[in-house]
Design a protein around this ligand. Sequence first.
Ligand SMILES: NC(=O)c1ccc[n+]([C@@H]2O[C@H](COP(=O)([O-])OP(=O)(O)OC[C@H]3O[C@@H](n4cnc5c(N)ncnc54)[C@H](O)[C@@H]3O)[C@@H](O)[C@H]2O)c1
Length: 516
Amino acid sequence: MRRNIYLTGFMGSGKTTIGRELARLFHRDFVDMDDALTKRFKMPITRVFSEKGEDRFRKEESALLKRIAEKEGKIVATGGGIVVRKDNRDLMRESGRLVYLETTLDACRERLGDNEINARPNWRDLESVRTLFERRLPLYEEAEYPVSVDGLSPEKIAEAIATRLFPDERFTVHLGEAECPVLCTWDTPKALAALARGRKSALITDRNVDRLHGERYRRALTPDLALVLRPGEGSKTLTGAKSIYQQLLNNHYDRGHLLVAIGGGMVTDLGAFAASTYKRGMNFMIVSTTLLGCVDAAVGGKAAVNLGQAKNAVGCFTVPEAVVLDALALRTLSRRHIREGLVEAYKTGLIIDPALAVLIETHLSAMMAGDLPLINAAARMSAKAKAEVVGMDFTESGRRAILNFGHTYGHAVEGWHRYKISHGSAVAMGMIVAIKLSAARGLLAGGLSERLLKTVNALRERRVEWPPLEDAWEIMRHDKKIREGRMVFVLLEDIGQPALVHDVTYQELAAVLDKI
Ligand SMILES: NC(=O)c1ccc[n+]([C@@H]2O[C@H](COP(=O)([O-])OP(=O)(O)OC[C@H]3O[C@@H](n4cnc5c(N)ncnc54)[C@H](O)[C@@H]3O)[C@@H](O)[C@H]2O)c1
Protein backbone atom coordinates (compact mmCIF):
# COMPACT_ATOMS: atom_id res chain seq x y z
CA MET A 1 0.00 0.00 0.00
CA ARG A 2 2.89 2.37 0.71
CA ARG A 3 5.14 1.12 -2.07
CA ASN A 4 7.39 3.80 -3.49
CA ILE A 5 6.26 5.68 -6.57
CA TYR A 6 9.04 6.18 -9.16
CA LEU A 7 8.59 8.88 -11.77
CA THR A 8 10.50 8.21 -14.96
CA GLY A 9 10.78 10.10 -18.20
CA PHE A 10 13.21 12.00 -20.38
CA MET A 11 15.09 15.04 -19.08
CA GLY A 12 12.67 17.94 -19.15
CA SER A 13 9.58 15.78 -18.73
CA GLY A 14 8.93 17.45 -15.37
CA LYS A 15 9.88 14.67 -12.94
CA THR A 16 11.08 17.01 -10.19
CA THR A 17 8.21 19.49 -10.35
CA ILE A 18 5.57 16.81 -10.69
CA GLY A 19 7.21 14.64 -8.02
CA ARG A 20 7.12 17.53 -5.57
CA GLU A 21 3.47 18.19 -6.40
CA LEU A 22 2.55 14.52 -6.02
CA ALA A 23 4.35 14.33 -2.68
CA ARG A 24 2.43 17.41 -1.54
CA LEU A 25 -0.87 15.87 -2.65
CA PHE A 26 -0.23 12.47 -1.08
CA HIS A 27 1.48 13.86 2.04
CA ARG A 28 4.50 11.67 1.41
CA ASP A 29 8.27 12.26 1.30
CA PHE A 30 9.87 13.36 -1.93
CA VAL A 31 13.30 12.23 -3.12
CA ASP A 32 15.00 13.80 -6.13
CA MET A 33 17.71 11.36 -7.20
CA ASP A 34 19.62 13.81 -9.41
CA ASP A 35 19.63 16.30 -6.59
CA ALA A 36 20.88 13.69 -4.11
CA LEU A 37 23.62 12.61 -6.55
CA THR A 38 24.70 16.20 -7.17
CA LYS A 39 25.17 16.57 -3.43
CA ARG A 40 27.02 13.27 -3.17
CA PHE A 41 29.48 14.17 -5.97
CA LYS A 42 29.54 17.81 -4.85
CA MET A 43 29.29 18.91 -8.48
CA PRO A 44 26.66 19.20 -11.24
CA ILE A 45 25.85 15.97 -13.06
CA THR A 46 27.20 17.30 -16.37
CA ARG A 47 30.60 17.69 -14.68
CA VAL A 48 30.38 14.21 -13.15
CA PHE A 49 29.87 12.88 -16.68
CA SER A 50 32.80 14.81 -18.14
CA GLU A 51 35.23 14.37 -15.22
CA LYS A 52 34.38 10.92 -13.83
CA GLY A 53 32.54 9.30 -16.72
CA GLU A 54 28.98 8.02 -17.13
CA ASP A 55 29.83 4.58 -15.74
CA ARG A 56 30.86 5.98 -12.39
CA PHE A 57 27.68 8.06 -12.27
CA ARG A 58 25.46 5.07 -13.13
CA LYS A 59 27.12 2.99 -10.38
CA GLU A 60 26.36 5.65 -7.76
CA GLU A 61 22.86 6.04 -9.14
CA SER A 62 22.14 2.30 -8.80
CA ALA A 63 23.55 2.29 -5.26
CA LEU A 64 21.28 5.19 -4.33
CA LEU A 65 18.29 3.42 -5.88
CA LYS A 66 19.04 0.33 -3.76
CA ARG A 67 18.96 2.46 -0.61
CA ILE A 68 15.66 4.09 -1.65
CA ALA A 69 14.14 0.71 -2.54
CA GLU A 70 14.64 -0.45 1.05
CA LYS A 71 12.29 2.29 2.21
CA GLU A 72 8.58 2.73 1.55
CA GLY A 73 6.17 5.56 0.86
CA LYS A 74 8.66 7.67 -1.10
CA ILE A 75 7.80 9.67 -4.20
CA VAL A 76 10.97 9.48 -6.29
CA ALA A 77 11.99 11.67 -9.22
CA THR A 78 14.51 9.46 -10.99
CA GLY A 79 17.23 10.55 -13.40
CA GLY A 80 16.35 10.39 -17.11
CA GLY A 81 18.85 7.59 -17.73
CA ILE A 82 17.97 5.32 -14.80
CA VAL A 83 15.93 3.04 -17.07
CA VAL A 84 18.99 2.16 -19.14
CA ARG A 85 20.08 -0.51 -16.67
CA LYS A 86 17.75 -3.48 -16.50
CA ASP A 87 18.64 -4.03 -12.82
CA ASN A 88 17.33 -0.55 -12.03
CA ARG A 89 14.09 -1.18 -13.90
CA ASP A 90 13.57 -4.48 -12.10
CA LEU A 91 14.32 -2.98 -8.71
CA MET A 92 11.90 -0.09 -9.24
CA ARG A 93 9.16 -2.50 -10.28
CA GLU A 94 9.79 -4.76 -7.28
CA SER A 95 9.87 -1.99 -4.71
CA GLY A 96 7.23 0.32 -6.11
CA ARG A 97 5.10 1.53 -8.95
CA LEU A 98 6.64 2.91 -12.09
CA VAL A 99 5.04 6.02 -13.59
CA TYR A 100 6.22 7.24 -16.99
CA LEU A 101 5.69 10.92 -17.70
CA GLU A 102 4.77 10.77 -21.35
CA THR A 103 5.76 13.77 -23.42
CA THR A 104 7.43 14.82 -26.68
CA LEU A 105 11.03 15.87 -27.17
CA ASP A 106 9.90 19.32 -28.26
CA ALA A 107 7.87 19.74 -25.09
CA CYS A 108 10.90 18.67 -22.99
CA ARG A 109 13.02 21.28 -24.74
CA GLU A 110 10.44 23.96 -24.12
CA ARG A 111 10.08 23.00 -20.47
CA LEU A 112 13.83 23.15 -19.88
CA GLY A 113 14.10 26.61 -21.46
CA ASP A 114 17.15 28.25 -23.03
CA ASN A 115 19.16 28.66 -19.82
CA GLU A 116 18.91 24.98 -18.92
CA ILE A 117 19.57 23.89 -22.49
CA ASN A 118 22.74 26.01 -22.65
CA ALA A 119 23.93 24.60 -19.32
CA ARG A 120 23.62 21.02 -20.61
CA PRO A 121 26.28 20.33 -23.24
CA ASN A 122 24.50 17.22 -24.57
CA TRP A 123 21.53 19.38 -25.65
CA ARG A 124 23.66 21.38 -28.05
CA ASP A 125 23.47 18.60 -30.61
CA LEU A 126 19.73 18.17 -31.06
CA GLU A 127 20.11 15.18 -33.38
CA SER A 128 22.01 13.12 -30.83
CA VAL A 129 19.44 14.10 -28.16
CA ARG A 130 16.69 12.91 -30.48
CA THR A 131 18.51 9.60 -30.99
CA LEU A 132 18.87 9.21 -27.21
CA PHE A 133 15.18 10.02 -26.72
CA GLU A 134 14.13 7.43 -29.28
CA ARG A 135 16.46 4.79 -27.84
CA ARG A 136 15.08 5.27 -24.35
CA LEU A 137 11.42 5.50 -25.32
CA PRO A 138 10.71 1.72 -25.31
CA LEU A 139 12.38 1.47 -21.89
CA TYR A 140 10.17 4.22 -20.45
CA GLU A 141 7.16 2.60 -22.05
CA GLU A 142 7.73 -0.55 -20.01
CA ALA A 143 6.31 1.39 -17.04
CA GLU A 144 2.98 0.14 -15.79
CA TYR A 145 1.52 3.62 -15.41
CA PRO A 146 2.06 5.96 -18.37
CA VAL A 147 0.60 9.43 -17.82
CA SER A 148 0.44 12.14 -20.51
CA VAL A 149 1.75 15.41 -19.19
CA ASP A 150 1.64 17.84 -22.10
CA GLY A 151 -0.67 20.84 -21.68
CA LEU A 152 -1.43 20.13 -18.02
CA SER A 153 -0.39 21.97 -14.87
CA PRO A 154 1.71 20.05 -12.30
CA GLU A 155 -1.35 19.96 -10.02
CA LYS A 156 -3.52 18.39 -12.72
CA ILE A 157 -0.76 15.92 -13.62
CA ALA A 158 -0.47 14.86 -9.96
CA GLU A 159 -4.24 14.30 -9.91
CA ALA A 160 -4.01 12.34 -13.17
CA ILE A 161 -1.30 10.14 -11.63
CA ALA A 162 -3.51 9.54 -8.59
CA THR A 163 -6.37 8.49 -10.89
CA ARG A 164 -4.05 6.19 -12.85
CA LEU A 165 -2.59 4.57 -9.72
CA PHE A 166 -5.90 4.25 -7.89
CA PRO A 167 -8.71 3.77 -10.41
CA ASP A 168 -12.36 4.44 -9.55
CA GLU A 169 -14.03 1.80 -7.47
CA ARG A 170 -17.77 1.15 -7.44
CA PHE A 171 -19.98 -0.94 -5.24
CA THR A 172 -23.64 -1.05 -4.36
CA VAL A 173 -25.30 -0.58 -1.03
CA HIS A 174 -28.69 -2.23 -0.68
CA LEU A 175 -31.06 -0.01 1.23
CA GLY A 176 -34.18 -2.08 1.77
CA GLU A 177 -35.65 -2.81 -1.64
CA ALA A 178 -33.56 -0.08 -3.27
CA GLU A 179 -30.00 -0.04 -4.50
CA CYS A 180 -27.63 2.87 -4.22
CA PRO A 181 -24.38 3.01 -6.19
CA VAL A 182 -21.31 4.17 -4.29
CA LEU A 183 -18.39 5.55 -6.28
CA CYS A 184 -14.92 6.15 -4.83
CA THR A 185 -13.12 8.50 -7.18
CA TRP A 186 -10.28 11.00 -7.56
CA ASP A 187 -12.22 12.75 -10.30
CA THR A 188 -15.45 13.84 -8.63
CA PRO A 189 -16.27 16.57 -11.19
CA LYS A 190 -16.28 13.99 -13.99
CA ALA A 191 -18.44 11.65 -11.91
CA LEU A 192 -20.85 14.45 -10.98
CA ALA A 193 -21.26 15.63 -14.54
CA ALA A 194 -22.11 12.08 -15.61
CA LEU A 195 -24.49 11.46 -12.71
CA ALA A 196 -26.33 14.79 -13.00
CA ARG A 197 -26.83 14.32 -16.76
CA GLY A 198 -27.57 18.00 -17.29
CA ARG A 199 -30.58 18.03 -14.95
CA LYS A 200 -31.56 21.18 -13.06
CA SER A 201 -29.62 20.88 -9.82
CA ALA A 202 -29.13 22.62 -6.50
CA LEU A 203 -25.90 22.33 -4.56
CA ILE A 204 -25.68 22.37 -0.77
CA THR A 205 -22.34 22.65 0.95
CA ASP A 206 -20.70 24.54 3.79
CA ARG A 207 -18.33 27.49 3.73
CA ASN A 208 -15.18 25.47 4.42
CA VAL A 209 -15.87 22.95 1.69
CA ASP A 210 -16.91 25.68 -0.71
CA ARG A 211 -13.71 27.64 -0.07
CA LEU A 212 -11.45 24.62 -0.43
CA HIS A 213 -13.16 22.64 -3.17
CA GLY A 214 -16.26 24.51 -4.37
CA GLU A 215 -14.85 25.57 -7.70
CA ARG A 216 -14.37 21.94 -8.86
CA TYR A 217 -17.96 21.04 -8.03
CA ARG A 218 -19.57 24.17 -9.45
CA ARG A 219 -17.71 23.70 -12.73
CA ALA A 220 -19.01 20.16 -13.05
CA LEU A 221 -22.58 20.79 -11.98
CA THR A 222 -23.29 24.40 -12.98
CA PRO A 223 -26.09 24.39 -10.38
CA ASP A 224 -28.99 26.84 -10.68
CA LEU A 225 -28.91 27.28 -6.92
CA ALA A 226 -25.94 27.01 -4.53
CA LEU A 227 -26.63 27.07 -0.80
CA VAL A 228 -23.53 27.59 1.30
CA LEU A 229 -24.12 26.90 4.99
CA ARG A 230 -22.31 27.93 8.12
CA PRO A 231 -20.07 24.97 9.08
CA GLY A 232 -20.90 23.01 12.22
CA GLU A 233 -23.75 21.17 13.93
CA GLY A 234 -25.59 24.48 14.49
CA SER A 235 -26.72 24.39 10.84
CA LYS A 236 -28.14 20.87 11.08
CA THR A 237 -31.55 21.92 12.42
CA LEU A 238 -35.18 22.15 11.38
CA THR A 239 -34.57 25.87 10.84
CA GLY A 240 -31.73 24.97 8.47
CA ALA A 241 -34.00 22.52 6.64
CA LYS A 242 -36.76 25.13 6.44
CA SER A 243 -34.42 27.61 4.82
CA ILE A 244 -33.46 25.00 2.22
CA TYR A 245 -37.14 24.19 1.49
CA GLN A 246 -37.88 27.87 1.03
CA GLN A 247 -35.04 28.47 -1.40
CA LEU A 248 -35.91 25.36 -3.38
CA LEU A 249 -39.49 26.55 -3.55
CA ASN A 250 -38.53 30.10 -4.53
CA ASN A 251 -36.43 28.68 -7.35
CA HIS A 252 -39.16 26.35 -8.61
CA TYR A 253 -37.51 23.03 -7.78
CA ASP A 254 -39.60 19.92 -8.24
CA ARG A 255 -39.24 16.32 -7.16
CA GLY A 256 -37.62 15.41 -10.48
CA HIS A 257 -34.83 17.95 -10.03
CA LEU A 258 -31.62 17.10 -8.24
CA LEU A 259 -30.17 18.21 -4.92
CA VAL A 260 -26.47 17.49 -4.43
CA ALA A 261 -25.20 17.66 -0.84
CA ILE A 262 -21.42 18.04 -0.79
CA GLY A 263 -19.51 18.00 2.47
CA GLY A 264 -19.02 16.17 5.72
CA GLY A 265 -21.72 14.37 7.70
CA MET A 266 -23.39 17.61 8.78
CA VAL A 267 -24.07 18.74 5.20
CA THR A 268 -24.97 15.30 3.87
CA ASP A 269 -27.32 14.56 6.80
CA LEU A 270 -29.08 17.91 6.44
CA GLY A 271 -29.13 17.79 2.64
CA ALA A 272 -30.50 14.23 2.64
CA PHE A 273 -33.13 15.17 5.22
CA ALA A 274 -34.25 18.28 3.32
CA ALA A 275 -34.34 16.45 -0.02
CA SER A 276 -36.25 13.49 1.42
CA THR A 277 -38.96 15.70 2.89
CA TYR A 278 -39.22 18.49 0.29
CA LYS A 279 -42.39 17.85 -1.74
CA ARG A 280 -42.41 14.31 -0.23
CA GLY A 281 -38.96 13.60 -1.56
CA MET A 282 -36.85 14.93 -4.41
CA ASN A 283 -33.85 13.26 -6.07
CA PHE A 284 -30.62 13.73 -4.21
CA MET A 285 -26.99 12.68 -4.22
CA ILE A 286 -24.30 12.78 -1.60
CA VAL A 287 -20.66 13.72 -2.12
CA SER A 288 -18.66 12.97 0.98
CA THR A 289 -15.64 15.14 1.71
CA THR A 290 -14.62 13.98 5.20
CA LEU A 291 -13.23 10.65 6.31
CA LEU A 292 -16.00 10.31 8.89
CA GLY A 293 -18.52 11.07 6.18
CA CYS A 294 -17.06 8.41 3.89
CA VAL A 295 -16.80 5.68 6.49
CA ASP A 296 -20.05 6.37 8.25
CA ALA A 297 -22.48 9.17 7.35
CA ALA A 298 -22.60 8.74 3.56
CA VAL A 299 -23.27 5.01 3.43
CA GLY A 300 -26.31 3.84 5.32
CA GLY A 301 -29.33 5.79 4.15
CA LYS A 302 -29.90 7.72 7.36
CA ALA A 303 -30.78 11.43 7.34
CA ALA A 304 -31.44 13.62 10.34
CA VAL A 305 -31.36 17.02 11.99
CA ASN A 306 -30.73 17.91 15.62
CA LEU A 307 -33.42 19.14 17.96
CA GLY A 308 -31.65 21.43 20.42
CA GLN A 309 -29.20 19.26 22.35
CA ALA A 310 -30.79 16.05 21.02
CA LYS A 311 -28.56 14.93 18.18
CA ASN A 312 -30.24 13.45 15.11
CA ALA A 313 -33.60 13.52 16.91
CA VAL A 314 -35.67 14.11 13.77
CA GLY A 315 -34.88 12.09 10.71
CA CYS A 316 -35.67 9.28 8.34
CA PHE A 317 -34.27 6.37 6.39
CA THR A 318 -33.80 7.42 2.79
CA VAL A 319 -32.08 6.40 -0.44
CA PRO A 320 -29.75 8.72 -2.35
CA GLU A 321 -29.53 8.35 -6.11
CA ALA A 322 -25.79 7.93 -5.71
CA VAL A 323 -23.02 8.43 -3.19
CA VAL A 324 -19.62 9.74 -4.23
CA LEU A 325 -16.61 9.45 -1.94
CA ASP A 326 -14.32 12.29 -3.03
CA ALA A 327 -10.75 10.99 -2.67
CA LEU A 328 -9.17 14.32 -3.54
CA ALA A 329 -11.16 16.33 -0.99
CA LEU A 330 -9.72 14.33 1.90
CA ARG A 331 -6.35 15.99 1.30
CA THR A 332 -7.42 19.14 3.16
CA LEU A 333 -8.70 17.44 6.31
CA SER A 334 -7.23 18.49 9.63
CA ARG A 335 -5.46 15.97 11.87
CA ARG A 336 -8.47 16.13 14.20
CA HIS A 337 -10.87 15.17 11.43
CA ILE A 338 -8.60 12.38 10.24
CA ARG A 339 -8.53 11.02 13.78
CA GLU A 340 -12.34 11.22 14.00
CA GLY A 341 -12.73 9.21 10.82
CA LEU A 342 -10.08 6.68 11.77
CA VAL A 343 -11.83 5.85 15.03
CA GLU A 344 -14.97 4.85 13.12
CA ALA A 345 -12.95 3.09 10.43
CA TYR A 346 -11.02 1.08 13.03
CA LYS A 347 -14.31 0.24 14.73
CA THR A 348 -15.63 -1.04 11.39
CA GLY A 349 -12.45 -3.03 10.85
CA LEU A 350 -12.70 -4.66 14.29
CA ILE A 351 -16.29 -5.77 13.83
CA ILE A 352 -16.40 -6.54 10.11
CA ASP A 353 -13.12 -6.45 8.21
CA PRO A 354 -9.86 -7.72 9.77
CA ALA A 355 -7.84 -6.46 6.76
CA LEU A 356 -9.05 -2.91 7.43
CA ALA A 357 -8.15 -3.20 11.12
CA VAL A 358 -4.65 -4.40 10.21
CA LEU A 359 -4.25 -1.63 7.61
CA ILE A 360 -4.95 0.99 10.27
CA GLU A 361 -2.79 -0.69 12.92
CA THR A 362 0.13 -0.93 10.51
CA HIS A 363 -0.04 2.55 9.06
CA LEU A 364 -1.58 4.61 11.82
CA SER A 365 1.14 7.25 12.06
CA ALA A 366 1.32 7.71 8.26
CA MET A 367 -2.46 8.07 8.16
CA MET A 368 -2.44 10.58 11.00
CA ALA A 369 0.18 12.52 9.04
CA GLY A 370 -2.31 12.72 6.18
CA ASP A 371 -1.06 9.97 3.78
CA LEU A 372 -3.81 10.39 1.20
CA PRO A 373 -3.76 7.01 -0.58
CA LEU A 374 -3.82 5.24 2.78
CA ILE A 375 -6.62 7.41 4.15
CA ASN A 376 -8.59 6.70 1.00
CA ALA A 377 -7.95 2.97 1.28
CA ALA A 378 -9.36 3.09 4.80
CA ALA A 379 -12.35 5.14 3.60
CA ARG A 380 -13.12 2.74 0.76
CA MET A 381 -12.72 -0.45 2.75
CA SER A 382 -14.74 0.94 5.61
CA ALA A 383 -17.60 2.19 3.44
CA LYS A 384 -17.74 -1.18 1.70
CA ALA A 385 -17.77 -3.09 4.98
CA LYS A 386 -20.51 -0.87 6.38
CA ALA A 387 -22.52 -1.28 3.17
CA GLU A 388 -22.50 -5.05 3.66
CA VAL A 389 -23.98 -4.77 7.12
CA VAL A 390 -26.50 -2.10 6.16
CA GLY A 391 -27.56 -4.29 3.22
CA MET A 392 -28.58 -7.00 5.69
CA ASP A 393 -30.56 -4.65 7.92
CA PHE A 394 -31.50 -1.26 6.46
CA THR A 395 -33.85 -0.14 9.24
CA GLU A 396 -31.73 -1.22 12.22
CA SER A 397 -33.81 -4.10 13.46
CA GLY A 398 -31.01 -6.66 13.75
CA ARG A 399 -27.50 -7.07 12.34
CA ARG A 400 -26.84 -3.33 12.04
CA ALA A 401 -26.63 -3.16 15.84
CA ILE A 402 -23.02 -4.40 15.62
CA LEU A 403 -22.09 -0.97 14.22
CA ASN A 404 -22.67 0.29 17.76
CA PHE A 405 -19.42 -1.29 18.92
CA GLY A 406 -17.90 1.27 21.29
CA HIS A 407 -21.03 3.41 21.18
CA THR A 408 -22.85 2.17 24.31
CA TYR A 409 -20.24 3.56 26.67
CA GLY A 410 -19.12 6.13 24.09
CA HIS A 411 -22.50 7.84 24.14
CA ALA A 412 -22.39 7.93 27.93
CA VAL A 413 -18.99 9.65 27.81
CA GLU A 414 -20.24 12.09 25.17
CA GLY A 415 -23.42 12.84 27.13
CA TRP A 416 -21.53 13.33 30.39
CA HIS A 417 -19.30 15.87 28.65
CA ARG A 418 -22.48 17.55 27.27
CA TYR A 419 -21.28 16.91 23.70
CA LYS A 420 -18.35 19.28 24.15
CA ILE A 421 -15.86 16.56 23.24
CA SER A 422 -15.49 14.97 19.84
CA HIS A 423 -17.67 11.98 19.00
CA GLY A 424 -14.55 10.06 17.92
CA SER A 425 -12.87 10.48 21.31
CA ALA A 426 -15.97 9.28 23.07
CA VAL A 427 -16.31 6.26 20.78
CA ALA A 428 -12.61 5.42 21.23
CA MET A 429 -13.16 5.40 25.00
CA GLY A 430 -16.25 3.24 24.49
CA MET A 431 -14.18 0.85 22.39
CA ILE A 432 -11.63 0.58 25.20
CA VAL A 433 -14.42 -0.41 27.58
CA ALA A 434 -15.87 -2.92 25.09
CA ILE A 435 -12.46 -4.51 24.41
CA LYS A 436 -11.71 -4.77 28.13
CA LEU A 437 -15.14 -6.27 28.80
CA SER A 438 -14.54 -8.79 26.00
CA ALA A 439 -11.18 -9.76 27.50
CA ALA A 440 -12.59 -9.94 31.06
CA ARG A 441 -15.31 -12.32 29.83
CA GLY A 442 -12.67 -14.50 28.22
CA LEU A 443 -14.10 -13.83 24.76
CA LEU A 444 -10.99 -12.09 23.48
CA ALA A 445 -7.46 -13.46 24.02
CA GLY A 446 -5.27 -11.27 26.26
CA GLY A 447 -2.55 -10.69 23.66
CA LEU A 448 -5.06 -9.67 21.03
CA SER A 449 -6.92 -7.28 23.31
CA GLU A 450 -3.61 -5.58 24.19
CA ARG A 451 -2.87 -5.16 20.48
CA LEU A 452 -6.26 -3.57 19.80
CA LEU A 453 -6.03 -1.32 22.86
CA LYS A 454 -2.69 0.01 21.65
CA THR A 455 -4.29 1.33 18.45
CA VAL A 456 -7.41 2.67 20.15
CA ASN A 457 -5.31 4.43 22.77
CA ALA A 458 -3.26 6.04 20.02
CA LEU A 459 -6.49 7.27 18.43
CA ARG A 460 -8.11 8.76 21.49
CA GLU A 461 -7.51 12.20 22.92
CA ARG A 462 -5.77 11.70 26.24
CA ARG A 463 -7.10 14.86 27.83
CA VAL A 464 -10.73 13.69 27.79
CA GLU A 465 -11.77 12.75 31.32
CA TRP A 466 -13.50 9.44 32.14
CA PRO A 467 -16.94 10.07 33.71
CA PRO A 468 -17.77 8.53 37.10
CA LEU A 469 -19.41 5.15 36.53
CA GLU A 470 -22.64 6.04 38.39
CA ASP A 471 -23.20 8.96 36.00
CA ALA A 472 -22.29 6.95 32.92
CA TRP A 473 -24.57 4.08 33.98
CA GLU A 474 -27.48 6.47 34.43
CA ILE A 475 -26.92 8.00 30.98
CA MET A 476 -26.72 4.53 29.41
CA ARG A 477 -29.99 3.56 31.10
CA HIS A 478 -31.70 6.36 29.24
CA ASP A 479 -29.85 5.81 25.96
CA LYS A 480 -31.84 4.67 22.95
CA LYS A 481 -29.58 1.62 22.76
CA ILE A 482 -31.18 0.10 25.82
CA ARG A 483 -33.80 -2.37 24.61
CA GLU A 484 -36.46 -3.61 27.00
CA GLY A 485 -34.50 -2.35 29.96
CA ARG A 486 -31.45 -4.50 29.13
CA MET A 487 -27.94 -3.10 28.76
CA VAL A 488 -26.86 -3.87 25.20
CA PHE A 489 -23.13 -4.02 24.52
CA VAL A 490 -21.34 -5.10 21.39
CA LEU A 491 -18.29 -7.13 22.40
CA LEU A 492 -15.65 -8.95 20.36
CA GLU A 493 -14.79 -12.63 20.15
CA ASP A 494 -12.12 -11.96 17.57
CA ILE A 495 -11.40 -9.34 14.93
CA GLY A 496 -14.37 -9.51 12.58
CA GLN A 497 -16.46 -11.47 15.09
CA PRO A 498 -18.69 -9.20 17.14
CA ALA A 499 -20.99 -10.57 19.84
CA LEU A 500 -24.10 -8.77 21.00
CA VAL A 501 -24.64 -9.18 24.74
CA HIS A 502 -27.58 -7.92 26.81
CA ASP A 503 -26.48 -8.68 30.33
CA VAL A 504 -23.56 -6.45 31.29
CA THR A 505 -23.90 -5.59 34.97
CA TYR A 506 -22.84 -2.54 36.89
CA GLN A 507 -20.34 -4.62 38.90
CA GLU A 508 -18.78 -6.07 35.78
CA LEU A 509 -18.34 -2.63 34.29
CA ALA A 510 -16.96 -1.30 37.59
CA ALA A 511 -14.33 -4.06 37.64
CA VAL A 512 -13.24 -3.22 34.09
CA LEU A 513 -13.18 0.54 34.61
CA ASP A 514 -11.23 0.12 37.81
CA LYS A 515 -8.35 -1.15 35.69
CA ILE A 516 -8.40 1.75 33.21
N1 LIG B 1 -26.20 9.63 8.71
C1 LIG B 1 -25.41 8.86 9.39
O1 LIG B 1 -25.51 7.63 9.36
C2 LIG B 1 -24.31 9.48 10.19
C3 LIG B 1 -23.27 8.67 10.69
C4 LIG B 1 -22.24 9.28 11.36
C5 LIG B 1 -22.23 10.64 11.56
N2 LIG B 1 -23.25 11.39 11.08
C6 LIG B 1 -23.26 12.85 11.27
O2 LIG B 1 -22.09 13.38 10.66
C7 LIG B 1 -21.72 14.59 11.31
C8 LIG B 1 -20.25 14.52 11.65
O3 LIG B 1 -19.51 14.27 10.48
P1 LIG B 1 -18.36 15.25 9.95
O4 LIG B 1 -17.30 15.37 10.97
O5 LIG B 1 -18.00 14.83 8.57
O6 LIG B 1 -19.19 16.62 9.92
P2 LIG B 1 -19.03 18.05 9.32
O7 LIG B 1 -19.80 18.10 8.07
O8 LIG B 1 -19.42 18.96 10.41
O9 LIG B 1 -17.47 18.22 8.95
C9 LIG B 1 -16.50 18.50 9.93
C10 LIG B 1 -15.71 19.77 9.55
O10 LIG B 1 -14.89 19.51 8.44
C11 LIG B 1 -15.06 20.51 7.44
N3 LIG B 1 -14.79 19.85 6.16
C12 LIG B 1 -15.59 19.09 5.40
N4 LIG B 1 -14.91 18.59 4.36
C13 LIG B 1 -13.66 19.05 4.45
C14 LIG B 1 -12.48 18.89 3.67
N5 LIG B 1 -12.46 18.08 2.61
N6 LIG B 1 -11.35 19.53 4.05
C15 LIG B 1 -11.34 20.32 5.16
N7 LIG B 1 -12.42 20.49 5.95
C16 LIG B 1 -13.56 19.86 5.59
C17 LIG B 1 -16.46 21.01 7.65
O11 LIG B 1 -16.63 22.30 7.15
C18 LIG B 1 -16.58 20.96 9.17
O12 LIG B 1 -16.00 22.12 9.71
C19 LIG B 1 -22.62 14.70 12.51
O13 LIG B 1 -23.65 15.59 12.22
C20 LIG B 1 -23.17 13.30 12.70
O14 LIG B 1 -24.41 13.26 13.36
C21 LIG B 1 -24.28 10.84 10.38
